[in-house]
Design a protein around this ligand. Structure first.
Ligand SMILES: C[S@@+](CC[C@H](N)C(=O)[O-])C[C@H]1O[C@@H](n2cnc3c(N)ncnc32)[C@H](O)[C@@H]1O
Length: 359
């Protein structure tokens, strides 16, 4: 009896704690908090946000506020990585088990040699915290700062590291753009598959294998004509090079066993770990490292459910908040510089008014 009462009390306590945590998160949702994120994040409950996307200050690269406050002014690159990890450990704690984390980090030359800052961070983060590195997405800047170096090329890419807390992370693959050209831009021809029919006839396959190959070819041609798939390739033993990949124990085994294999092209296009965009600036506003809003919007759609909460612990000019509103998600932004907090709030408010006007 005594024990069951204890269990009951514990259950009630747990529910109360969860409710209090929920309330704490609700207070912060759709707000910009001014202060050091290493400190402010400690006040946020565990497992309370869906997605973190952020871009910490570069190491010794730019002074965002000209006052030397915040991350980026450390004496050594190791001390800089430690500062980033202090916040990252809190980020991992506040993200839900189904959540995602994206860090965009810039590199730095010291004595004409790259420090590989982003990779040092990713290696340490994955070794110290319970996260997996799902992708190293390369952001290709279409308009990098115009410079000419005598003995090196202009850096025009930056990584966006996608971490997850577990295997079951939120992922809306269909929302992500693919740029692969369609295989068939127009109606498939009546002669579709004829080339393969002749090759099957000319092959060394047995009569039975040829019959099976013709039937499989009829099926796949019909799938294309009915619009279920966009196209196909066929590989025939003794005629085409060995095939790799695929299901059913691998195409190589299939080709060996059946004498042929068919590769269906589903037309969804390949989703690659490369995002191209221009570097953005906000007219009349001096913030030297503004996120490209289009990239942030794509990643929010891919990695945060509609209505979910997106957190940016180095929110700067508020791009993450703006992108979240445009994609129907909530936001929490933190910045150490009061003038950037004001700027973020102003941009976000303007965005909200413009979005409301649309309805
Ligand atoms: C690269 S900028 C972020 C730019 C932002 N992605 C945007 O689109 O405007 C980094 C920001 O981190 C802020 N910052 C630096 N140290 C911080 C800290 N300890 N806590 C919170 N913000 C910090 C800086 O004030 C700066 O605005």
């Amino acid at each position: 009896m005594f024990e069951s009462r204890n269990l009951f009390d514990t259950a009630i306590e747990t529910i109360n704690t969860e409710r209090m945590e929920e309330q704490e998160t609700r207070c912060l949702v759709d707000s910009i908090q001014c202060g050091d994120s290493a400190f402010l994040l400690k006040q946020m409950p565990n497992n309370s946000v869906d997605f973190v996307i952020t871009s910490p200050p570069y190491y010794l690269q730019r002074d965002y506020n000209n006052k030397g406050i915040g991350v980026g002014h450390e004496k050594t690159v190791d001390a800089y990585i430690d500062s980033l990890l202090e916040v990252f450990s809190e980020v991992v704690r506040v993200v839900k088990p189904s959540g995602n984390i994206v860090y965009n980090i810039g590199d730095k030359y010291l004595n004409s040699s790259l420090l590989l800052v982003p990779y040092r961070f990713a290696i340490t983060a994955t070794s110290l915290y319970p996260v997996r590195l799902v992708n190293d997405i390369t952001w290709v800047k279409r308009n990098p700062t115009p410079r000419q170096f005598g003995r090196r090329l202009v850096s025009s890419t930056e990584p966006f590291f996608h971490f997850s807390k577990g295997a079951d992370y939120y992922y809306d693959r269909d929302s992500f753009p693919s740029k692969t050209k369609k295989v068939y831009q127009h109606q498939p021809s009546d002669r579709l598959g004829e080339k393969y029919r002749m090759l099957i006839q000319d092959s060394d396959l047995s009569q039975q294998a040829k019959k099976k190959a013709h039937q499989a070819l009829d099926d796949v041609v019909r799938e294309v004509k009915e619009g279920h798939i966009q196209g196909f390739r066929m590989k025939i033993k003794g005629i085409h090079a060995e095939a790799f990949g695929g299901q059913d124990g691998g195409r190589k085994i299939q080709m060996e066993r059946e004498g042929f294999t068919i590769i269906r092209i589903h037309g969804k296009g390949m989703k690659k770990d490369v995002i191209e965009s221009t570097v953005e600036s906000i007219p009349g506003i001096k913030h030297t490292a503004v996120f490209p809003a289009s990239v942030i919007r794509e990643l929010i759609k891919l990695l945060c459910p509609r209505g979910g909460v997106v957190l940016d612990p180095y929110v700067g000019s508020g791009t993450t908040g703006v992108a979240a509103i445009k994609e129907g998600r909530h936001y929490i932004g933190i910045d150490i510089d009061p003038s950037y907090c004001d700027l973020s709030r102003k941009r976000i408010e303007e965005c909200r008014i413009n979005e409301q006007k649309k309805f």
